[in-house]
Design a protein around this ligand. Structure first.
Ligand code: ATP
Length: 136
């Protein structure tokens, strides 16, 4: 079995979508292994998004992630990393496929950062690294 880190980002929590996101994860057959509601610290976000340091959207992304509470979850199941990314849809919510979390629940708000409701780890290495950051 495999684990991934899922975040419900501040836009998702503020819009009251946490329950829907968790319900879709559970309905797909994955298991919640750990769950927290928290205000992220800047240092945690800078580590989480280290690969994007230096990009034009890095600082706006960190500011957005600091703008309100987030939900962090460890989700378990066979092939959950690719399974959750498929459930989440592509990065840009306007064009993410209907049926996905981003495609059904998100859109472009004309802001500097894609407010796309959720994050999911993109590889086993990222998953273990990110779980270590958020569930230290
Ligand atoms: P995630 O990692 O959030 O599950 P992803 O792999 O599709 O989704 P990344 O490329 O890792 O996205 O980017 C991380 C986050 O940074 C995105 O989810 C989005 O909020 C923001 N982002 C990425 N690319 C852009 C961009 N070109 N302009 C604005 N914001 C962006």
């Amino acid at each position: 079995t495999e684990r991934t880190l899922v975040l419900v980002k501040p836009d998702g929590v503020a819009r009251g979508l946490t329950g829907q996101v968790l319900a879709r994860i559970e309905a797909k057959g994955y298991r919640l292994a750990d769950l927290r509601l928290l205000h992220a610290e800047r240092a945690v976000l800078e580590e989480h998004y280290a690969e994007h340091r230096g990009k034009p959207f890095f600082e706006p992304l960190v500011e957005f992630m600091l703008s309100g509470p987030v939900v962090a979850a460890v989700v378990e199941g066979d092939r959950v990393i690719e399974g959750f990314r498929s459930l989440a849809g592509t990065t840009e919510p306007t064009t993410a496929a209907p049926g996905t979390i981003r495609g059904d629940l998100g859109r472009d708000w004309g802001l500097k950062v894609q407010q796309n409701i959720v994050h999911g780890s993109d590889s086993p290495e990222s998953a273990e690294r990110e779980i270590g950051i958020w569930f230290a």
